[in-house]
Design a protein around this ligand. Structure first.
Ligand code: SF4
Length: 410
């Protein structure tokens, strides 16, 4: 195990008063490194067997085409899509509009099972459910379902494992197993809708919403770096926003894609005609710290990532979120809040919103919560500089720590 070291005051690492500087280090596991000693980054998915094709992998036109190949009328595509995207069912018994003969075979061909529930953990009086899913090849992924006043959010995974190798993250420890397919991503949402419809998510729905409730918001903040699985993630986003029954008919602004800063992919995202909410997980405004905290920073630096985020705002008109986990004595110094504010204000005003994320206290770990007064000071510096800032809710974090821990423990 590597223990945190404290650097002395130096011009390269300014320190506030006697506030120490804790440096990032993996605890209890070794980060994979390149021959040059840098943390290994994996952008390409290993060539492994892919999951079977599912209706949600295909656009409506492709579904009709596939049905034609199976010797069926193309209009059946709409019926099957309605069952899946509007009734959240793949049960042939409930598809009475399809001819009885051959129905089971058709369902088998279009809806191969993709997610098997391994475990479910509840917290917040049942208002939060964390699911652990096994994929067809045994890979494990998670999603977290959260009820808030007026909305239901699902945090989805986009890759099995992750190739970004962040030293604080359980998901990255084993590297990237593989990209998830479009349908594996979409099926997390459909499965969550089934759970909600069965009344298994706690909290009290409004009488008029009973039975009609569903996931209203999706955040790509589960396992994996979504922009490293760009094509499949974007196809999944289309399934989310395409009008029912082609897709789930959700609003693009209620879908958040979060990245550690894959700059070319951020620029590509800005060119898409789908104005999703974009979040940059920055966690440090200076390259010296961020190179260690978020290894992809060795490829694209803080200023390049912020420039790409700013361009996303300019192209889409959608205000960008900056995610910033506050880690005690590592990145929570007031000078970092000032530097962050300066870098954001240099690009313009009104284009960005900062979400500092308080961690849970983890005694004995370097990855622990900032003191409340330090959090308040950090937020205060940003607000005083005119940056809209909201301390984020950390719902679900008490279940098992950070994302990916459930799968890592299996
Ligand atoms: S924090 Fe996100 S990007 Fe980094 S290793 Fe974990 S899942 Fe990947």
């Amino acid at each position: 195990m590597t223990f945190p070291t404290r650097t002395q005051n130096s011009s390269a690492t300014p320190v506030d008063g006697d506030r120490p500087q804790v440096r990032p280090a993996a605890e209890g596991w070794e980060q994979q490194r390149t021959a040059e000693g840098r943390p290994l980054l994996q952008f390409a998915s290993p060539r492994v067997k892919q999951p079977p094709q599912h209706l949600a992998d295909l656009s409506l036109a492709e579904r009709a085409e596939k049905l034609k190949e199976l010797g069926l009328q193309p209009f059946r595509a709409k019926q099957l899509s309605t069952h899946y995207f509007q009734h959240w069912t793949t049960d042939p018994e409930r598809m009475s509009d399809l001819p009885k003969s051959g129905r089971e075979e058709l369902v088998e061909a279009m809806f191969p099972p993709l997610l098997t529930e391994v475990r479910r953990l509840r917290t917040d009086d049942g208002n939060t459910i964390k699911f652990l899913w096994r994929l067809f090849d045994g890979a494990l992924v998670e999603s977290v379902l959260m009820r808030y006043p007026g909305r239901i959010t699902l945090c989805v995974s986009s890759q099995a494992g992750c190739g970004m190798n962040c030293p604080f993250c359980a998901t990255g420890q084993a590297g990237l197993t593989r990209n998830m397919s479009t349908a594996e991503i979409v099926d997390q949402v459909v499965a969550a809708n089934r759970v909600i419809a069965a009344g298994e998510l706690g909290g009290t729905a409004h009488a008029k919403e009973m039975g009609t409730e569903r996931v209203t918001n999706i955040v790509f903040m589960g396992m994996g770096e979504p922009l490293a699985n760009y094509k499949r993630v974007m196809a999944a986003v289309h399934r989310f926003v395409d009008p029912a029954p082609e897709g789930l008919g959700m609003s693009a602004r209620n879908i958040t894609i979060s990245t550690v800063g894959l700059v070319p992919a951020i620029r590509k995202l800005a060119d898409e005609d789908v104005p999703v909410t974009f979040a940059l997980s920055l966690h440090a405004p200076d390259d010296e710290l961020r190179d260690e905290l978020i290894p992809v920073n060795n490829r694209w630096k803080v200023d390049e990532a912020i420039d790409a985020a700013y361009d996303y705002f300019r192209r889409t008109g959608r205000r960008v979120s900056i995610e910033y986990a506050l880690i005690k004595d590592m990145n929570d110094h007031p000078w970092r809040a000032s530097l962050l504010a300066k870098k954001l204000n240099q690009r313009g005003r009104g284009w960005v919103h900062v979400n500092p994320i308080p961690l849970n206290p983890t005694p004995g770990s370097i990855w622990t919560a900032s003191e409340p007064e330090v959090q308040d000071e950090f937020v205060g510096v940003l607000r005083a500089a005119g940056i809209p800032t909201t301390l984020r809710d950390t719902r679900g974090k008490e279940i098992d720590g950070a994302c990916g821990q459930l799968a890592a423990a299996e």
